[in-house]
Ligand binder design. Structure first.
Ligand code: 26Y
Length: 828
């Protein structure tokens, strides 16, 4: 008889081939005798999906049997990118798949490129969530991710005449083989309505009479671990109209209007908000947050109640992690469930709630913290507003006992902000209720303790912890840089670093080996070739492989100082123009690559993109300069583009004014790919320095503890620049600003406010102050590049020191010290 224990699916090339052809014929509905690359992608994806489902089932049966404490990772954003390559690598069947495809006349790389990105997030926070899911699965933790299934992901950036335009990312157009629609897993989510007081068993009890009901439908995305059978779940919710609407329509006879209303329900999960700093008081955004929170918590509580009867056990069985404040309504929702629905008394419920939540903030400065206007909250979620007030009341009473009647501090720390617009401070709420508040780098935590949340730190020092970010080496080396993967494994004599990244330090043993150097440089050359081809295809610019590939890719923000980079490029151009032939011969040729999206409403960021194009046009068309300097803007930067860019970079720039970048994770990805960093001592770069030594990267700029003073007393008043002392504001900088202002790159009027942002705004981000130091770091990079042996040494030491920046380390730390969960490994 057929043994269920064996499972159905085999992973040898012939079995895979059979399954691929089966899916071509029956899933894609094309003839197995004739199908193209995209259809091959679809069929292979379904072949892999089948295997994921099998593992997913086995993992969940195992979890159900062993009943471990589970982690629920709540995040409104996940930037997953492509799934195919990552999945076959984590399943350990890459070679078999390649062979299966090959015999059918297809190439794995070409087929994998057919896949579009799942871009359900903005930037750092969202990609970090994705890396953490990969590590949670790999380290066998019993975890679930919860998020929203936006139908439109992050907008596609197209560039027309140097300007950014946004196009909708309807990513589900061609179907999504990586998700499983669970049409039977649905929950009702309620909005609006009123709160009434009723008598229950002699007690007065508040109940919420909601006004609108929407249905949440689960879509499951299996996340396979590497080197384990464990496959965990990322459950994303989609909004669907509730069947209740039908009833109403039937009763009132207003059929057409009811259909229109049904349609409106679906808009909740329609589109991802494209801002990663502020969006103030949008009802739809708040609806998204609560929709997500309510569905996730119903699901989590259902699972808990299946296995347990007593809510006292909740803290031993459930850890809820708030990925920034975006899911923080969960706090009020759990209170509502425990008090209103389960009839626990307030203190008991609060005691439980305070033991289950942990919180990570990804923001450095207080202005970036999320607030929700009370009016808006009260109309959408009237009962939750009451609960929030009550939480605050209890907190204020406790605080008065601890610190006395210090009204200024009381009002600073209050969850409710009394101001022109009365609001709920979501960060304060999260801190009050979480047992742990995490910063994403040492420097970030320090800022939280001494500035952003100083008063809270004084109250609860033990809550504040540092969990430095990390990235998964599976995606950022194994998937994206296969040549480097092979080289590392060859010289370490093992692939174990893919699960245990600290092993990478063994590369230090070979740092002076000439053969190793040769192979190392060859790998970089191969990756530069791939990148050069892409650049030519995207921008028409041909670049020389002998040039230094210098990259800055990330969201466009004033604090990230892409403008400093562009000013540096203009400076380089000016220098080249003034050089004689002899000196030019000694110049290291550069290809400057910039990429990133600007939030659609962020005018200054959009102007930076246009300036980049304007400068590129001037430089790239100057035949006098030729290959000595090129500037290209890579459009539509996303996870897949990053996978191509990072391996091909020689130098990468991380220029944030110190004290602004909470961590940064791009720096870690470049580090893992043997790319040298040119950076300020901000965010996690400080820890990269600890790990690889200051000699192995190019540092510049004001340090975090100098910034405040420089803003106050330094080069603050740049205007009028022409009169500024050359000692304080470098003349080169003044000249460059003039060139832009006077229209040397065209578009004089358009760039005026950009120049003003530096001059009139007292150079808030210290571009002028840091400029000379920046140029010095650039010169040091040039000088080192000429000495290829030294450069290669630094590059090897970067990778050797990158183990600490694996998200495996981050996750293990969270699991042990914050979530208190244990690995739960499904037997093979
Ligand atoms: C509330 C809404 C406007 C909002 C949406 C997205 C607010 C913030 C965000 C995203 C923030 C973000 O991506 N922060 C970045 O998180 C990374 C991961 O921790 C850090 O490496 C990075 O320094 C930080 O800017």
């Amino acid at each position: 008889m057929f043994s269920l224990m064996d499972g159905f699916l085999k992973n040898d090339p012939i079995s895979l081939q059979k399954d691929i052809l089966h899916h071509v014929e029956y899933t894609v509905a094309r003839s197995r005798f004739s199908f193209d690359d995209f259809e091959a992608y679809q069929a292979l994806s379904h072949t892999i999906r089948d295997r994921l489902i099998e593992r997913w089932h086995d993992t969940h049966i195992f979890f159900k049997r062993t009943k471990p404490k589970r982690l629920y990772f709540l995040s409104l954003e996940f930037l997953m990118g492509r799934s195919l390559s990552n999945s076959v690598i984590n399943l350990g069947i890459q070679d078999q798949c390649a062979e299966a495809l090959n015999q059918l006349g297809f190439e794995f790389e070409v087929v994998a490129e057919q896949e579009g990105d799942a871009a359900l997030g903005n930037g750092g926070l969202a990609r970090f969530s994705a890396c953490q899911m990969d590590s949670l699965a790999t380290l066998d933790y019993p975890a679930w991710g919860y998020g929203l299934r936006y139908e439109y992901g992050l907008f596609r950036q197209i560039i027309v005449d140097g300007f950014q335009h946004e196009q909708p990312d309807y990513w589900l157009n061609f179907g999504n083989p990586w998700e499983i629609a669970r049409i039977h897993v649905t929950y009702e989510v309620k909005f609006y309505g009123t709160v009434e007081e009723v008598e229950m068993n002699g007690d007065k009890q508040k109940i919420w009479i909601p006004g609108e009901t929407v249905e949440a439908v689960a879509y499951d995305n299996p996340i396979p671990g590497y080197g384990t059978r464990n496959t965990i779940n990322l459950r994303l919710w989609a909004a669907k109209p509730s069947s209740k609407f039908d009833l109403e329509a039937y009763n009132t006879g207003d059929y057409i209007n009811s259909v229109v209303n049904r349609q409106r329900a679906e808009t909740i999960s329609n589109v991802l908000y494209p801002d990663d700093r502020s969006h103030q008081g949008k009802e739809l955004r708040l609806k998204q947050q609560y929709f997500f929170v309510s569905a996730s918590l119903q699901d989590i509580m259902r699972r808990f109640k299946e296995e347990h009867t007593n809510f006292d056990e909740l803290p031993e069985k459930v850890a809820l992690h708030l990925n920034d404040t975006h899911p923080s309504l969960s706090i009020a929702e759990v209170m509502r469930m425990l008090v209103d629905e389960e009839h626990l008394n307030w203190n008991k419920a609060w005691d439980i709630v305070c033991k289950i939540f942990s919180f990570t903030t990804h923001t450095m400065v207080a202005e970036g913290l999320e607030k929700i206007p009370v009016d808006l909250l009260g109309s959408l979620l009237p009962r939750h507003l009451e609960i929030l007030y009550e939480i605050n009341h209890h907190f204020m009473e406790e605080l008065k006992e601890r610190i006395g009647l210090d009204y200024s501090r009381l009002s600073q720390m209050s969850i409710v902000e009394e101001g022109a617009v009365k609001s709920i401070r979501m960060a304060n709420l999260s801190i009050v209720c979480s047992h742990t508040v995490n910063g994403v780098s040492k420097l970030h935590l320090e800022t939280l303790k001494t500035k952003t949340f100083k008063d809270f730190y004084g109250l609860w020092p033990e809550k504040f912890q540092c969990k430095t970010n990390g990235v998964t080496q599976r995606r950022w080396i194994v998937v994206s840089n296969p040549s480097l993967r092979d080289l590392i494994s060859k010289w370490l004599g093992t692939e174990a670093w893919i699960r245990d990244p600290d092993i990478l330090s063994g590369l230090r043993d070979h740092v002076d080996n000439a053969d190793f150097h040769l192979e190392w440089k060859m790998v970089k050359r191969i990756n530069k070739m791939r990148l050069a081809e892409y650049i030519e295809a995207m921008s028409g610019v041909k670049v020389s492989l002998d040039a230094m590939f210098d990259v800055q890719v990330k969201r466009i923000h004033e604090y990230k100082r892409q403008l400093l980079n562009i000013f540096g490029i203009i400076h380089r151009y000016n220098c080249l123009k003034n050089m004689d032939k002899d000196s030019r011969r000694k110049v290291v040729p550069r290809v400057c690559i910039i990429g990133g999206k600007a939030a659609p409403g962020y005018e200054m960021a959009k102007k930076i993109i246009k300036l980049c194009h304007a400068v590129a046009e001037k430089i790239n068309n100057d035949t006098d300069i030729g290959d000595l300097l090129k500037l290209v803007f890579i459009p539509d930067y996303n996870v897949s583009v990053a996978e191509l860019v990072m391996p091909g970079a020689d130098l990468s720039q991380h220029l944030s004014t110190a004290g602004n970048e909470a961590s940064g994770t791009g720096n870690m990805k470049f580090l893992m790919n043997g790319c040298l960093l040119l950076a300020t001592e901000d965010g996690s770069t400080v820890e990269i320095i600890e790990e690889i030594g200051a000699d192995n990267l190019f540092l510049f700029g004001a340090k975090v503890d100098e910034v405040a003073d420089l803003r106050e007393n330094g080069v603050s008043n740049l205007a009028p620049l022409q009169n500024a002392s050359p000692l304080k504001v470098p003349l080169q900088f003044v000249r460059i600003l003039r060139m832009v202002r006077d229209g040397y790159f065209g578009h004089k009027d358009y760039f005026k406010t950009l120049c003003d942002s530096v001059e009139a705004a007292n150079d808030y981000y210290l571009l002028g102050t840091d400029f000379m130091s920046y140029l010095e770091a650039q010169a040091a990079a040039d000088k080192t590049f000429v000495n290829q042996e030294k450069w290669t040494r630094m590059s090897i030491l970067s990778v050797a020191g990158s183990g600490r920046f694996s998200s495996d380390r981050t996750i293990q730390d969270y699991a042990e010290s914050t979530w208190k969960i244990n690995p739960c490994r499904c037997p093979l």
